[in-house]
Design a protein around this ligand. Structure first.
Ligand code: COA
Length: 391
């Protein structure tokens, strides 16, 4: 009798989008009379994306998802999962706007997921379950966020904006995700955003220790679930609220496991996040996109993906990169997006920041974005989106 191979399910494609503008942290450092090395070395960030007045999580999420649809079509997509911390409505899922903008068929379920920066990984897990039960279906997962802290706080340099869209499918082109997962939940007030605030509250020091504890806790749980040995994982990618956070956590894990640590092992996965800043739910996946784009030796290798959402939930999953993954990269695409961003001065960024809070007041937004979709404004209290000339 021939043994049946287990079904392969995982990430078939991934695409990234970010904001129209960029603020260089050198400029913020000069304004605040801070040594720029504190940003570049101390927290490990170089710049952050800032959405234009006519951009938000919907326009960025739709832009990333459009690249997936352009390549694969909508066939088999019966579920859209939109993960975000910075939702634009308390009731309507941001994914419903994206569904409309992309012209997806009506026989699709759409829902929004929230648990700070962790929601994208929860969406991937739900998608894997759907595809495992109905292998002819594909799930469009979108993770998009605008990370906003108050100006003149310690967290100001760790803002950012971006989106990742992924197609979760059977027989994936990029990564077979493995079934064992390490999970960890602890009720911690390290970062949160009450309903009446458009900027997050954060205890930065506590968020470091909570993240580190969640990573080690998820590692131990993964081991208990029959997960791989440390040496059987060729690369790690972390959620990156600022890239130094990933280094601190990884150093701790290597001490816990008793293996040497070379922080340069994580560097390729930091390449895009150092430029976008924190993208909350999208951060881990933007890190993964960088690794897949820039590392030429991943074929057949196991990678570890660590997700963390303050409050707090951590999850460590693993996957085997497909031998032919290089054939499916969007070579140079993310670098092109990052290079095309329009720089802001600090006063310009702060003006946009002040106007960035969600509102139900009727307003028309100026035409600024060079992306395929724009937030046109609020009419009768409802948000309106449209395709731009670039679409
Ligand atoms: N050159 C190099 N490094 C420097 C430096 C300089 N001139 N000046 C300071 N640093 C280093 C510090 O030594 C420190 O490094 P360490 O953490 O390895 O000790 C680091 O820069 C940060 O400086 P510090 O003064 O401790 O921090 P801060 O009060 O400015 O706050 C954060 C930094 C990251 C905590 C803050 O930006 C924050 O809270 N961000 C939000 C974090 C978040 O989003 N958490 C929730 C999601 S997990």
């Amino acid at each position: 009798m021939t043994q049946q191979q287990p079904m392969r399910v995982g990430i078939h494609d991934i695409a990234i989008a970010t904001g129209h503008h960029v603020l260089e942290l050198d400029d913020l450092a000069e304004t605040l009379s801070v040594d720029p090395a504190k940003y570049h070395v101390g927290i490990g960030q170089d710049a952050f994306s800032v959405p234009a007045a006519d951009e938000d999580i919907v326009t960025m999420g739709a832009a990333a998802a459009q690249e997936i649809i352009d390549r694969h079509g909508a066939e088999g997509i019966r579920t859209v999962l939109f993960a975000t911390e910075s939702g634009v409505d308390q009731s309507k899922a941001a994914g419903v706007f994206v569904h409309g903008l992309l012209g997806l068929p009506q026989n699709v379920r759409v829902v929004e997921l929230k648990q700070a920066c962790y929601g994208g990984t929860a969406a991937v897990q739900l998608a894997l379950g759907i595809v495992a039960r109905a292998p002819h279906e594909r799930v469009l997962v979108i993770a998009a966020d605008v990370a906003r802290y108050d100006v003149d706080t310690a967290a100001e340099p760790t803002q950012g904006a971006g989106a990742a869209a992924m197609l979760i499918a059977a027989d994936p082109d990029l990564i077979d995700l493995e079934p064992a997962a390490g999970v960890f939940t602890a009720d911690v007030d390290d970062f949160w955003r009450p309903n009446d605030r458009s900027t997050a509250l954060v205890d930065g020091r506590l968020s470091v220790s909570a993240y580190v504890n969640a990573f080690v806790g998820a590692w131990d749980d993964l081991a208990g679930q029959g997960g791989p040995a440390y040496d059987d994982i060729a690369r790690f990618v972390h959620h990156q609220p600022f890239t130094k956070m990933a280094i601190k956590a990884h150093r701790k894990l290597t001490q816990h496991v008793g293996v040497p640590f070379d922080e340069s092992d994580l560097a390729l996965g930091f390449t895009y996040n150092r430029q976008t800043g924190n993208t909350y739910t999208a951060s881990l996946w933007i890190g993964l996109a960088a690794l897949l784009d820039l590392d030429d030796d991943l074929g057949g290798e196991r990678i570890g993906l660590f997700s963390y959402g303050s409050g707090s939930v951590g999850e460590l999953i693993t996957g085997i990169v497909r031998p032919e993954y290089q054939d499916h990269r969007r070579q140079g695409r993310v670098r092109e997006l990052l290079a095309a961003r329009v720089p802001l001065t600090v006063p310009e960024y702060r003006e946009l920041h002040a106007a960035g809070a969600a509102t139900s007041e009727d307003v028309e937004r100026p035409r600024v974005t060079a992306g395929p979709f724009r937030f046109a404004g609020v009419r009768s209290g409802a948000r309106h989106y449209e395709r731009t000339a670039q679409a």
